[in-house]
Write a protein of this length. Structure first.
Length: 309
């Protein structure tokens, strides 16, 4: 440690022991070695899980039984009320890392249903915490089915912000029930967000954007925030390009449609039913995403690559 407080370390390349079961790398890292960040090319995943039927996902029985200390850094005191921001379908975690920087005194969680993608975010957080002690302790990523289990994690009115960035639009009418925005789900989100809290949406699909506008307009649980007012929102500029999908839309010069809402004081007609969430749903297995993504660039090799970092 220098007089200026900067920690001098010698870098050494190591191997990350990639595990499909989601375990952390088994090789211990002695103090003074940097862990290289994970590489996305080893975490690509083509298939998406059916959000109505995939049941083998982590979730606490109730919000009271959720132990956040297992996922945040040592600075987390165990006070679950400080977990205030949720990025639903966080992808590769771009917004999550911005939340860590912009709201250092708040704890934020990203939810991702895809195994390899969530593992990438978890590994990146682990590496960054090791390389920069004291930083990145206020974010975590959980692999779960937010459409089914979100109310298992949070108390009523606990959240200050929720984010829905470039969700799968599920174009087919028969799959509209898979959309992460719907009138029943809006009621659940209103239950979880405190009065005055903010819900952010952005998409590159006009049809889906119109769906979002129609569904929110059908309730009185949220009011749309004007772009003029959003100029003072510190996180708003980052919802467009911080995510992997947002960067792709920018590269392709695509359109981006946003709608941001403030939670009203009207009580939603929603009460969590934890037993109901564990009942079976129709249709199972994995499905192909209906949007073109970079995940189609998977290697055709069945052999698991050795990551020489």
């Amino acid at each position: 440690m220098t007089d200026s407080g900067v920690c001098e370390v010698k870098t050494k390349k190591i191997k990350l022991d990639e595990k499909e079961d989601g375990e952390k790398p088994t090789e211990s890292l002695s103090e003074g070695k940097l862990m290289e960040l994970p590489r996305k090319k080893f975490y690509r995943q083509r298939a998406h899980a059916n959000p109505l039927s995939d049941r083998d996902m982590f979730h606490p029985a109730t919000p009271e039984t959720m132990n956040w200390s297992e996922f945040f850094g040592p600075s987390f005191t165990g006070d679950s009320s400080k977990v205030r921001n949720a990025d639903i379908g966080c992808g590769y975690g771009g917004l999550l890392f911005k939340l860590s920087e912009i709201f250092p005194d708040e704890f934020s969680v990203g939810y991702e249903i895809r195994h390899k993608v969530s593992k990438y975010v978890q590994d990146k957080i682990t590496a960054l915490r090791h390389n920069e002690p004291g930083k990145w302790e206020n974010i975590c990523c959980l692999r779960t089915n937010a459409m089914r289990f979100l109310s298992h994690f949070f108390q009523k009115g606990q959240l200050s912000r929720m984010f829905f960035l470039y969700p799968d639009p599920h174009f087919k009418k028969s799959k509209h029930k898979w959309r992460i925005i719907s009138i029943p789900l809006i009621s659940e989100y209103a239950y979880l967000i405190k009065a005055g809290g903010i819900l952010y949406t952005v998409t590159d699909v006009l049809q889906y954007h119109e769906w979002v506008l129609e569904n929110f307009a059908a309730t009185k649980l949220f009011e749309k925030i004007s772009d003029e007012e959003l100029k003072d929102d510190p996180i708003f500029p980052f919802i467009f390009d911080s995510s992997e999908e947002g960067k792709k839309v920018t590269r392709n010069e695509g359109s981006k449609y946003h709608a941001v809402y403030r939670r009203t004081a009207i009580e939603p007609q929603f009460e969590p039913n934890f037993e109901k969430k564990d009942q079976d749903h129709d249709e199972g297995g994995e499905v192909e995403s209906e949007r073109d993504t970079e995940e189609a660039e998977l290697s055709s090799s069945d052999a698991k690559p050795t990551v020489d970092l």
